[in-house]
Design a protein around this ligand. Structure first.
Ligand code: FE2
Length: 240
């Protein structure tokens, strides 16, 4: 079974459509989304509608939280707050209500899917996690693999129960061994790793392998729409 894991689309419809086409070409059996579908980009509502049209299950990200919970705004810098308030205005009441019901995690086959860090954090970044935190997190979940997003940077962290080791994680296929792994699948709509293409991961459950996909898309159009929508200009520049 091939499972496409996508995360952090951030209202970037052009990147999302390109990734959906790539997933269709790869004939993935399932698609799971790790949250932060909204915010930053100009098309948060359209991204949500497309996600639901494709019946893709999603966990809640910190940007979904920020849509309906004022208390989490303090986590964001002033420019991000400005973008969040504009994003709220762009979403329909039905969509706001629907994302408020997204779960904090989804167990799927041998994997645990969560936005930030297992078992259920939408705010903790993988790069903040100490080896002790990684070891303890695997005592709280039954899964061999844990997929996360949130940092917008691909990463692969292995744990044998006593030791934790990080590995480079870039374009191509990685075969896993019997250890447990936390896998950051990068970002579809706002990569922050120096490469401008949309990123996602295909997990082959039989081969026990992960394929990182880099997908080019029309970033110039996505950036232009951000400016036209009156969102902060740096959000457009960050895509180019
Ligand atoms: Fe994000």
């Amino acid at each position: 079974m091939n499972v496409a894991i996508i995360s952090d689309i951030h209202g970037n419809l052009e990147a999302f459509e390109a990734v959906l086409s790539d997933i269709a070409e790869r004939e993935a059996d399932h698609v799971i989304c790790l949250g932060d579908c909204v915010g930053y980009g100009a098309d948060s509502e359209a991204v949500l509608l497309r996600l639901w049209e494709e019946n893709i299950p999603a966990v809640r990200g910190n940007h979904e939280d920020a849509v309906f919970d004022d208390s989490v705004l303090e986590w964001f810098n002033p420019q991000a707050c400005d973008a969040i308030l504009k994003t709220r205005a762009m979403l329909s009441p039905e969509s706001r209500e629907r994302i408020s019901r997204w779960p904090l995690f989804i167990p799927f086959d041998a994997a645990w899917c969560v936005h930030g860090f297992p078992p259920a954090s939408v705010h903790t970044y993988l790069f903040e996690a100490t080896p002790r935190m990684v070891i303890e997190s695997f005592t709280t979940i039954p899964s061999r693999l844990c997929f996360v997003g949130h940092t917008h940077i691909l990463s692969l962290v292995a744990c044998d129960g006593e030791r934790v080791k990080s590995y480079p994680f870039k374009k191509g296929t990685t075969f896993l061994d019997g250890r447990r792994y936390i896998v950051n699948v990068g970002s579809v709509g706002q990569p922050r790793d120096g490469d401008l293409s949309a990123k996602y991961v295909i997990w082959d459950t039989e081969a026990n392998s992960l394929e990182v996909r880099y997908v080019p898309y029309n970033a110039a159009l996505a950036a232009e729409k951000i400016i036209k929508a009156g969102l902060p200009e740096f959000l457009a520049r960050r895509l180019l």
